[in-house]
Design a protein around this ligand. Structure first.
Ligand SMILES: Nc1ncnc2c1ncn2[C@@H]1O[C@H](COP(=O)(O)OP(=O)(O)O)[C@@H](O)[C@H]1O
Ligand SMILES: [Mg+2]
Length: 511
């Protein structure tokens, strides 16, 4: 047997207050595709950052191809043939593909001048060999996110890496781009490259990985052969208990129209329209989903409905009334609830206690306030205890805990608890389960369907197609700020929505 490409033995990494890696063990064979699976916060990125020399471990040792090594910085890692594609790309946008790839390693001709043509040639060869279809002369700003990711791959191949680490590479891709990336993994493997990729998606592991190592709360759970392991078993290893993926729900019985958006245009942070001529509606008793890759106008759409961004043109109707220019507070009080995407800025007051945060929108009313405006502290406290129970909000100190001392996942649960508890006529939920574990996701999904079944209108924005398909009765795909098509639940599948997310209308294929 040849030596394994990577052996990480009892790796420990401690951050203030948290053991991110607790004697973690990882062994990766030469030439395999190895998935690193775990929930948010399980310690996956930390482990790979140790391997790439970004973090110095507090304990444990590493062997590469059988030899004990010390990887003190990314240069050490590069010298050992290890390359990493990060979650957020590090490309210079007004440089070409080749200029980005050679950055820091500029090829010189015999006279010492920059020799870009020879670099372009090498980039073109690598692109061809691994089926990447990248044009060496394109500007980064002109190519898609999927292509930018391939440039990152080329960047490490150009430096002769044969161990390639990917940190959640599929999080930024459309379903079609994901399939293409998984094909690229196969090509890399055929060329004897070793791949470690981080994910929390079981489908991707089944599609592309030979073996899978699971981390849970900083500890190794084990390594399995993917072929002999079912998705349920992987999920159970990941979260520590069995999981129900599909929630039981009846066919929706929609009633009156609650939200109507007509021809909406909203200007985004860059001063250009982020939402363009967008029209969609949501009725009582249905969940309408906005499916799309991050950054296609979803945030601005939600902000405009909530009153956080002005409407440039078009109109927003709530229960038949034009609210396009209504104040945020009036929108809240008329029955629009929002679980915002950015929980720090719009969800919680971090210097307030948890129980206070849980009544931010209802403190003016009984039982929390008397008719002369005194706060009823025991009602506030008991209300918090009830929601903490229902939503399993873990805060350490109960209702009195300061919001800022809670973990991100528990802050998120607190916002969802507050908004669902108010049971508004229109509930807008943006990325409701990002950062939550599978058990919490299941519970929140059930509560969202519960609101639907009470006759509420729900607008769900999510980058997770599984979540959209699981919850929605109608699905609108957005691309570049416009709706490309709307499908009923029973005609929607991942492939169709994926095509629309890439900007091609329903039934509008070009072949
Ligand atoms: N630079 C850091 N400083 C402090 N805590 C960190 C840092 N990086 C990660 N953590 C914490 O370590 C734990 C593991 O994080 P991470 O490795 O990013 O998890 P994953 O990639 O599996 O989602 C989390 O609780 C996270 O909050
Ligand atoms: Mg991570």
């Amino acid at each position: 047997m040849p030596d394994p490409a990577i052996e990480m033995l009892e790796i420990t990494k401690i951050f203030p207050g948290i053991v991110a890696n607790d004697k973690v063990f990882l062994e990766v064979e030469e030439g395999e595709v190895h998935a690193l699976l775990g929930e948010n916060g399980a310690g996956k990125s930390t482990l790979m950052s140790v391997l790439f020399g970004l973090y110095e471990p507090d304990g444990g040792s590493i062997r590469i191809r059988g030899k004990p090594v010390e990887i003190r910085n990314p240069n050490d890692a590069t010298a050992l043939g290890i390359g990493m594609v990060h979650q957020h790309f590090k490309l210079v946008h007004n440089f070409t593909v080749t200029e980005n790839i050679v950055l820091g390693l500029e090829p010189k001709d015999p006279l010492g001048n920059l020799d870009l043509p020879s670099a372009e040639k090498k980039v073109a060869e690598l692109s061809e060999r691994y089926g990447l279809a990248v044009n060496p002369r394109d500007l980064i700003e002109d190519i898609t996110v999927g292509m930018q990711q391939r440039v990152e791959i080329l960047k490490i191949l150009y430096r002769d890496a044969d161990i390639l680490i990917f940190d959640e590479p599929t999080a930024v891709l459309t379903p079609q781009e994901i399939d293409e990336l998984l094909d690229i993994f196969t090509r890399l493997k055929a060329e004897k490259k070793t791949i470690v990729f981080i994910t929390h998606k079981l489908r991707e592991i089944k599609a592309a990985a030979d073996r899978c190592t699971v981390l849970r709360r900083g500890k190794s759970v084990g390594t399995v052969e993917v072929a002999g392991t079912g998705e349920n078993q992987l999920a159970e290893m990941m979260v520590g208990h069995s999981v129900n993926f599909r929630i039981e729900k009846k066919k929706a019985v929609p009633g009156r129209e609650v939200l109507r958006i007509e021809d909406l245009t909203v200007i985004g942070a860059k001063g250009v329209p982020a939402v363009q001529n967008l029209s969609v509606n949501v009725r009582e008793g249905e969940v309408v989903g906005i499916a799309g890759v991050d950054g296609n106008g979803q945030s601005e759409l939600v902000a405009a409905i909530a009153g956080l961004l002005p409407v440039k043109s078009g109109r927003i109707f709530f229960n038949g009334t034009d609210i396009s220019h209504e104040s945020i507070r009036n929108r809240n009080e008329s029955g629009i609830g929002l679980v915002p995407e950015d929980r720090h800025r719009h969800g919680l007051i971090l210097d307030f206690r948890l129980d206070e945060n849980l009544i931010l929108k209802s403190f003016r009313r009984p039982p929390f306030s008397s008719h002369i405006g005194f706060l009823n502290f025991s009602a506030v406290f008991n209300h918090a205890k009830d929601l903490i129970d229902q939503f399993d909000i873990r805060s350490g100190g109960g209702p009195a805990t300061l919001a800022k001392s809670m973990s991100g996942g528990n802050q998120q649960k607190a916002i969802i608890a507050r908004e669902i508890d108010l049971s508004p006529a229109l509930l807008i939920v943006s990325q409701p389960t990002r950062g939550l574990d599978v058990g919490a996701i299941e519970y929140i999904h059930r509560r969202i369907i519960g609101e639907r079944d009470k006759g509420k209108a729900v607008l769900l924005v999510s980058f997770e197609l599984d979540e959209i398909l699981n919850l929605c009765d109608r699905i609108a795909a957005v691309s570049k700020g416009s709706i490309v098509g709307i499908l009923d639940e029973d005609e929607a599948d991942e492939r169709k929505i994926g095509v629309m997310m890439a900007g091609v209308g329903a039934g509008g294929s070009h072949d």
